[in-house]
Each structure stands twice: as structure tokens, then as C-alpha cells.
Design a protein around this ligand. Structure first.
Ligand code: PEP
Ligand code: MG
Length: 558
């Protein structure tokens, strides 16, 4: 998909297909002219000829014999596909217009882009939205995929994806985990080097994409894929064994989910429960706004599937990169510092109350817990709890059953909350450290921006100290850690050594993390954490943690 969301066409056509391809181009021109004529006539009628003239200009261009000759030659002589020829030629025209000093003329570039899109649409017969209507397996290579676009990728056919922009902590990357497909985000510009039908390898482990691989590379990757399947099969045997350290300490491994169907992924990996259900995904990509029943059905489904195991339902964490629709008038300049998460819920009480009612109603079906995201101040937490108490009262008055003693917790993902953690503890039953946001707010690095991705670092000593402060300040209440760091093997010993006994991870990461828990002692992990905390920069910490893991489980350390 190019920047505007169009499929990048296949580049070349076979010699004997040239005649057919020329005919296809001619048909696309005819169809485009007909569409523009209809638009012109409607506008002439409704608004007058001076407006219809815009389309008349489009028609003139579409009928320009020089343009057609140029395109025909590209197809006939260079064997370009019609789509590729159209995008090459039109892009060149656009560039010429864009460099003109006269801004009125420079704006005409939009008209050319419009004509290009129309031609491509008529050639491809596919629009961006129809990426959800695939009929055969593909890899998606796109300039950008929003979390909701990613959430809507068809799991049956999309085998992997790569984006030019986006950061390692983005929700687009997180959803790849939910889809259990390889992905690389923030690759930088590469789309001009590929076209539809090319062969690519997506190496999600290393964050690499190989275009047009040779036979030897393909063979090497087939071998690696086989090895990783066999490692997964070996780890599967751990499914029903406890995540118990060699010195007998129990670790609880929970799953993070974005969609109710992922309970299957959790149960298949032997998760002890759901540590984080990102409920905002009910909204992302939904055609209509979820009502109380939609919420209820999702929570009841998860509760039923998980039985007596705990399920932590996080209230809506909308905003920042998780936006519903794109309304240009509400685009924020600093969305991660803006109206997001609990702030959205507290500003929009009907939305918040609807969700809380649904969670409470579903609470009788299983072991549900409520968790508020992005709590930054104690007042915010208390406001959220007041709304919850009020909703409980309403339910009681209407005789609706719910779990009156439902556990209520908060996410710790802002440094202010860590610093003040002791003050929060009497107001919550548990906390869950969200390292994805904690890293970005501690280091002032946008988790979604590839240009600063190298600075987004879980190994930073400042992050380690904040984790330590949060665990020590929790006064014995349960502390979970649920960011991406928790499911990343090099950090497991560190997290256990810092005192964490609950980790909530992408379901597919559970077997590896369990393997590590079962291979280490807490005493050793504490030693590792102590040493890591004494180091002064992220690189040293990362290298040290990788080395320590390598000593114990080399197959998980790459
Ligand atoms: C986090 O910030 O670490 C977290 C788990 O929440 P999210 O990734 O949804 O922001
Ligand atoms: Mg977060």
C-alpha cells in the first residue's frame, strides 16, 4: 500500500500479455472518463458551469493523446504493468506541479493525484478498505497502519506486515502479537523498492525485511522457521507445568489480550488468567459505537472462558494512537500528552458508566477485576472510583446482581504515580506496571515514532529504578507488570529479581517466559537485578541481561 493507501501495482508484465494490458489501460481510461463526465454534469446542474469546469479540466487531461502515448509506450516497450506506468508518469507530473512557485498552480498537483487514483481504482478494482476482503494469503507492506486498521486485518489471509513509520512500543506492533503474525514497524522508506507480487521475507525476530531474497536466503529462512516451530513444540510441553523457579517460588503468568477470541490463545498456552484486557479495541474499527450489551457480551465471553482464573478488565484507554475515526478538528498536537485514557473516560461519563455497568454485570460470571489506565494523580483515581461507586449504587437500586467486592486496581505507567506510589496504595487492591508508557514518559520518547525508536529503551537505568520504586512502594499488595518488557526474555530475570511475581504478556510469549522462570532461582535473579541497577547506561544493561540469559538458555537469547 502506498502513502495514500493504494496497492502498489505489480511492476512488469509478460511479453505476450502486452496486448491485453494495453486493452486494460484503454478500458480504465474509458471508465474514468465516464465517471468524470457524470461528476461534471451533476456539478454543472447543481452549482453551475464554473464549478463543472474543474472536472472538464480532468477530462482534458484524461483525453490528452500525449499522456496515452507515453503510457502505451511504457507498457509496449518496457513491459511496465499499466498500474505501474500510470503511477510513474502521474507522479512525475505531480512533482513538476509541486515545484512551481505559484501556489495556485502547485495546488493543481492534487488534481493530478485525483486522476491517478481514479485510474488506479479502475485498473485495480480495489480500494484500501478492501484489504479486509482478501481472498488469498498476502503480506501487507504499508507506509502506515493504524492500530484499528491492524486490528481489522484478516487473520485468515494476512501472513505478516511491515510499515515504514511507527515505533516499537506502538499498538500496531502490539496487535501483531495478538494476530500472532510476524511484523516489523518503523522500517523507514522502502516501498518504492517493491511492487505487488514480489517475494519478501519478514523477520519479526530481528526486525528485518528482505526484499527479493535469493535461493540461499530462502533456504536459510525455511530452516529457521522450522527450528522456531520445533522450539515452540518443545515449549508446548510446559503448558500444564507451573512457572516455578528452581528455589520453589511461584510466578503467575497471565495473558494480555485485545480481542475476546484471544482467550483461546491464553488457554492453549496455560495462562493463569488475563492480566490485561485492552477493551478499547472494542471501539477500534467498529462500525457503530459499542453499547452496553456489546461490552457485556465481550466481558461475559472472556469471563466464561476463563472460569475461576482472574481476568483484569482495563477500562477504556482511548486516545493517543488509539483513536476512533479520524476527525481532523480533534487531532491533537501532542496526543500522548493529551486527552487520552482515563482522562477521556472522566470527561465522558456516559461512556465510562456504560462500560462500568457492563463489567459489573459480567462480574458474576467469573473472576473479573477492574483496572484504570494512565492514573497520574490520586484525585484522578478517586474520581474514577467515585464513578464506579455510583454505578454500583445504581445497579443495586435496580436489583442487578454484581460482585460487590470486585478488586479494583490501577495501571502505573506515569513517573508521577511511581514517585507517589505509597499514597495510592490504600485506594487500590492491586497495581499493574505498564512499562510501554512508563518508558515513553520517563525518557520523553514517543513510543510511536521511529525516528526516536533507538532512544526508547526498556533497559535504561532510570526505568529500572522506577520499576524498583513501584514494587517496593506497593506495600505487599499484588504487583503485576504488563508492558511488552514482561514478555521479552532478556528482562525476565531482572523483573523477578526486582520482586515481581506476576507477569502479563502476549499469549504467544508465555511458554518462553515460563521456561526461563523454571530455569532460574530467585536468589540468582536478585543478584542479576542488583548488578543491572548498578550500571549507568542502557546499552550496558541490555548487554548484561542478554549475556546472563545466554548462560542459562542460549536458545532464547538471540
Ligand atoms: C503499557 O503502557 O505498558 C500498557 C500495558 O498499556 P498500553 O500498551 O495499552 O498503553
Ligand atoms: Mg499504557
Amino acid at each position: 500500500m502506498d502513502q495514500e493507501g493504494f496497492r502498489i501495482p505489480r511492476r512488469f508484465v509478460a511479453r505476450d500479455a502486452v496486448v491485453d494490458e494495453l486493452a486494460r489501460l484503454a478500458q480504465a481510461f474509458d471508465a474514468s472518463c465516464r465517471e468524470v463526465e457524470v461528476n461534471r454534469d451533476t456539478v454543472n446542474r447543481e452549482l453551475g458551469q464554473q464549478y463543472g469546469a474543474i472536472f472538464e479540466a480532468h477530462l482534458q487531461m484524461l483525453r490528452d493523446p500525449r499522456l496515452r502515448t507515453e503510457l502505451d509506450e511504457m507498457i509496449r516497450e518496457r513491459h511496465y504493468s499499466p498500474e505501474y506506468a500510470v503511477s510513474r508518469v502521474m507522479r512525475r507530473y505531480v512533482k513538476v506541479f509541486q515545484t512551481l512557485e505559484n501556489s495556485y498552480l502547485a495546488d493543481r498537483a492534487h488534481d493530478i493525484i485525483d486522476i491517478e487514483r481514479r485510474l488506479l481504482r479502475n485498473l485495480l478494482g480495489l480500494r484500501r478498505e478492501e484489504i479486509s476482503q482478501l481472498t488469498s494469503p498476502v503480506v501487507v507492506l504499508a507506509h502506515n497502519l493504524t492500530p484499528s486498521e491492524t486490528a481489522n486485518l484478516d487473520r485468515q489471509f494476512v501472513r505478516g506486515f511491515v510499515t515504514e513509520i511507527g515505533g516499537p512500543g506502538s499498538h500496531t506492533a502490539i496487535v501483531a502479537g495478538a494476530l500472532e503474525i510476524p511484523a516489523v514497524v518503523g522500517m523507514g522508506p522502502f516501498l518504492s523498492d517493491v511492487s505487488g507480487g514480489d517475494l519478501v521475507i519478514i523477520d519479526g525476530d530481528r526486525g528485518e525485511v528482505i526484499l527479493h531474497p535469493d535461493e540461499e536466503t530462502i533456504a536459510r529462512y525455511r530452516h529457521e522457521a522450522e527450528e522456531s516451530r520445533s522450539l515452540a513444540a518443545r515449549l508446548e510441553t510446559l503448558r500444564d507445568l507451573p512457572a516455578e523457579t528452581t528455589d520453589g517460588v511461584q510466578v503467575t503468568l497471565l495473558g494480555n489480550i485485545e480481542f475476546p477470541h484471544e482467550v483461546r490463545h491464553c488457554l492453549d498456552r496455560g495462562a493463569g488468567g488475563i492480566g490485561l484486557y485492552r477493551t478499547e479495541f472494542l471501539y477500534l474499527g467498529a462500525e457503530t459505537e459499542p453499547n452496553e450489551e456489546t461490552h457485556y457480551e465481550a466481558y461475559a465471553r472472556v469471563a466464561d472462558a476463563m472460569g475461576s482464573r482472574p481476568v483484569v478488565i482495563r477500562t477504556l484507554d482511548l486516545g493517543a494512537d488509539k483513536v476512533i475515526g479520524l476527525n481532523p478538528s480533534t487531532v491533537e498536537r501532542n496526543p500522548f500528552l493529551g486527552l487520552r485514557s482515563i482522562r477521556v473516560s472522566l470527561r465522558n461519563l456516559p461512556l465510562f458508566r456504560t462500560q462500568l455497568r457492563a463489567i459489573l454485570r459480567a462480574s458474576v460470571r467469573g473472576n473479573l477485576r477492574i483496572m484504570f489506565p494512565l492514573i497520574t494523580t490520586l484525585i484522578e483515581l478517586r474520581q474514577a472510583k467515585m464513578v464506579l461507586a455510583d454505578v454500583m449504587e445504581d445497579l443495586e437500586e435496580s436489583g442487578v446482581e454484581f460482585d460487590r467486592n470486585i478488586s479494583v486496581g490501577m495501571m502505573v505507567e506515569v513517573p508521577s504515580t511511581v514517585v507517589m506510589i505509597d499514597h495510592f496504595m490504600s485506594d487500590v487492591d492491586f497495581i499493574s506496571i505498564g512499562t510501554n508508557d512508563l518508558i515513553q514518559y520517563t525518557l520523553a520518547v514517543d513510543r510511536d515514532n521511529k525516528d526516536v525508536a533507538a532512544l526508547y529503551n526498556a533497559s535504561d537505568p532510570a526505568v529500572l529504578r522506577l520499576l524498583q520504586m513501584a514494587v517496593q512502594g506497593a506495600q505487599g499488595r499484588p504487583v503485576n507488570a504488563c508492558g511488552q518488557m514482561s514478555g521479552s526474555p532478556p528482562y525476565t530475570m531482572l523483573l523477578l529479581g526486582l520482586g515481581l511475581r506476576q507477569l502479563s504478556v502476549t499469549p504467544s510469549a508465555i511458554p518462553e517466559i515460563k521456561k526461563i522462570c523454571r530455569s532460574v532461582s530467585i536468589a540468582h535473579c536478585e543478584e542479576v537485578a542488583r548488578h543491572a541497577l548498578s550500571l549507568e547506561n542502557a546499552r550496558d544493561v541490555k548487554n548484561y541481561l542478554k549475556e546472563e540469559l545466554k548462560k542459562i538458555l542460549p536458545e532464547l537469547a538471540d
